[in-house]
Write a protein that binds this ligand. Structure first.
Ligand SMILES: [Zn+2]
Length: 473
């Protein structure tokens, strides 16, 4: 199809600058809500490419939006650029070698994620300019995907309210349309307040908040047997009440992270966990206060957009990996267990292959095996705007995410080939929507049907604000 080839040429024409952008983001990893260097880089690139820039999106200093084009539908392409703690690693080596410094690292490939999305948006802008077509393309630079739920706050503030469709991607093992399976989740802090006293001299006067936390956790652990099998609950002690065993702990806090298949199931589970907390307070004569720390929704799929993206992937084929790429991917694979390598195959319902260091085909639509149990704040956008997400192959098949191996591959030629390739897929899918209004109409109808019985309600209570961080001096 001529139009697809034209947009691919536009992607290739500018790819070098965006590969360099990805490398600079990799070189300066920043975690949730501290992405000041990354957002500055992305803002500068938006300006250099002629986008109209809105900074401080939804009151978040590390979020940015750039728009180009006039009138017509609005196509949003979403990017991310946050890193992770404890995943510092030298680039391009197949052994664990943390770099000196902060310990932060791009262990989820978000350096590639943001750069590819911005490259796709730029190619669509160039195509609109060249063809004089009515329509707008936006790039959303979204911070704090890792545990920060920035997109959930952005949705709540209406940042996507006039968007017709949204497109995004994530680095992955295979080239595929993402199957839109992720869990809704919330983190809730339960703070128990009792009464301290001398644990030996006056134990009868004490009411232990630590006892309450422990009883709550026991209750939740018993509940596990009686909850949906794909739901998850994990907890961590934020404050165990101090280090003195001879003081009855008057105050203690535990954070529960609750995940469920969708928002409805999540709400039900939250209700049950709250009852257990109340029960623990009753048993220990303490009081409990629950504070929602963060929340994201599950992903909602979109059949018309998934079909359009699949057609573009099949037209384009897998990335042009070469023997050098496969050699390095094999070296990375040598550091992985058989279980690591089998995991992405199982998730896609495929038989594990030892002879496939890198993706060499496009997976068919709906190639689904075992569920993935992660969560993403892309979910909230997908409830309010028809959204499609690509999986772009950027690493050795089997590489666990959030690992030194993933960080090590973030600047390699193979990662960049995958990143440019997925930019082409996203740009071509945006063009499909810009050229044919019926795709947008079908996508909207699909979303309306999927959410008819359970309209979106933001899982974040109104009083919870994004935990924005001060700019470093
Ligand atoms: Zn990620």
């Amino acid at each position: 199809m001529r139009n697809a080839e034209e947009i691919w040429t536009l992607v290739d024409a500018k790819k070098a600058a965006f590969e360099a952008l990805s490398d600079r983001i990799w070189d300066a990893p920043e975690i949730a809500y501290t992405e000041f260097a990354a957002v500055a880089e992305h803002t500068e690139m938006l300006r250099a490419q002629g986008f109209r820039v809105t900074e401080n999106v939804a009151g978040i200093p590390t979020a940015v939006m750039g728009e180009a084009g006039d009138e017509g539908p609005v196509i949003a392409i979403l990017g991310e650029y946050d890193a992770l703690p404890g995943l510092s690693q030298e680039a391009g080596v197949a052994e664990p070698k943390p770099l000196p410094g902060s310990g932060l690292g791009h262990g989820c490939g978000h350096n590639l994620l943001g750069a590819a999305s911005l490259l796709a948006a730029t190619a669509v802008k160039d195509w609109l300019d060249a063809n004089g077509i009515k329509g707008r393309v936006r790039y959303y630079g979204c911070p704090a995907e890792e545990g920060g739920a920035a997109k959930t706050f952005m949705v709540r503030e209406g940042a996507f309210k006039d968007v017709d469709i949204a497109i995004t991607w994530h680095p992955m093992h295979f080239m595929a349309v993402n199957d839109a399976r992720s869990l809704a989740n919330t983190r809730i802090d339960f703070t128990f307040t009792g009464r301290s006293s001398h644990a030996a001299a006056a134990p009868h006067l004490g009411r232990s908040a630590l006892d309450a936390v422990e009883l709550m956790n026991v209750g939740v652990n018993y509940m596990r047997e009686h909850m949906p099998s794909d739901a998850r609950i994990h907890y961590a002690y934020l404050d165990a009440g101090g280090v003195a065993p001879n003081v009855v702990q008057g105050r203690a806090t535990v954070r529960h992270l609750i995940r469920a298949r969708d928002l409805g199931q999540l709400r039900a589970l939250i209700g049950r966990v709250r009852k257990i907390a109340d029960g623990a307070a009753l048993m220990t004569e303490t009081t409990v206060e629950a504070r929602v720390h963060s929340a994201v929704s599950n992903l909602v799929g979109n059949t018309p957009l998934e079909q359009a993206m699949q057609a573009n992937m099949e037209r384009l084929g897998p990335p042009p990996f070469d023997d050098e790429d496969r050699k390095f991917a094999d070296a990375i694979r040598a550091t992985l267990s058989d279980e690591d390598i089998a995991a992405p195959y199982k998730r896609s319902g495929l038989k594990p292959r030892r002879d496939q260091p890198l993706a060499d085909s496009v997976l068919p639509l709906g190639q689904i095996g075992e569920p993935m149990m992660g969560s993403t704040d892309v979910g909230d956008v997908s409830w309010v705007v028809p959204l499609v997400q690509a999986d772009g192959p950027t690493c050795a098949v089997g590489t666990p995410f959030h690992s030194w191996q993933l960080t090590a591959q973030g600047k390699t030629p193979m990662a960049k080939k995958g990143m440019v390739h997925v930019a082409k897929v996203m740009a071509a899918t945006a063009l499909d929507a810009l050229r044919d209004g019926s795709l947008i109409a079908a996508a909207r109808a699909d979303l309306a049907e999927r959410t008819r019985d359970m309209p979106y309600a933001c899982p974040l209570p109104e009083e919870v604000k994004p935990p924005v961080q001060p700019r470093r001096a």
